[in-house]
Design a protein. Sequence first.
Length: 327
Amino acid sequence: MMTRISVILPVFNGEKYIKKAIESVLDQSLADFELIVVNDGSTDNTLKIVNSFDDERIIVIDQTNQGPGQARNNALKLASGEYVMYLDSDDWFCSDALEVAYSETKGNDTDISIFQIIKYFDGEYGQNDWFNLNNFNESFENRVFNPHECGDFLFDISVSACQKIFNRKFLCEIKAKFPKGIYFEDMPFFFYTFLKAERVSIIKRHLYVRRKHSGSITESVDSKFLDTVPAGQILMDIFIENEWYDAYKYDLIAFKINGPRYALMGIEEKYKEKLYLLIKKDYESIKSTRYYEDYLENLGPIKRKFFTDILKSDDYESFKTLYQTKS
């Protein structure tokens, strides 16, 4: 009989929080699962902590550092569960997360079901619209829907892979993979799998706790944010290759511009020039495509000015002077 759920847990130097993450899976009310822990080249005591657990449901992959996306891909190849859930090494599941998620997705035969996340910081829990799925109004509750019904707010849906339960057969059929070697790997993966799905549902229950701390990827705008550029390029390719571009181009282009734009404004000073050059190279390549006019015609004034000022300038300092000048 097939295992109900494969939980995929990649970890890199996670000795501080990995024990709680693993325990949150082992203590689930649903016991029929496998937990695939990928030690992605940790140099601390992570592997020792992982190996201290004596439970036949735990499968350990010990690999050289390949990044979170490839760690998840490698685990998915080994997964045998009917469904797949993802867990980050500094977070944890609520005690009935697997049972509730499995009951929803199995009962409704969905490709993907999305649940709520609650945030945890310094001993306190908090909620926000993004993780609470507040963009889904009441008409989406207690039913199965097609993802294209979400066109008006597609780019306002949380992209976190950890907020979803996936049918593994569905993931295999569409050859779903996370991008290799970059951060923000959830973003292209989400849009590809979500728009490939035919049956989706939401679960208005907090099943997952996301720990916020200074080491979290999205909490400090450092060199990781250089990857907002390649992540956006991969996303654009996905929409073009799957013929979704025309239906979503207005919001898609704005979304693609906004990631690197916010990153450039907030990234540490020592990375600004490097990020600027990555953005400029991307925008220069767009100029030679049929999509260039769409950027000029569909972007709002702020994002269009950012796009054109990058193209007009030669370095970050000259861009900054241009961008601070009113058009």
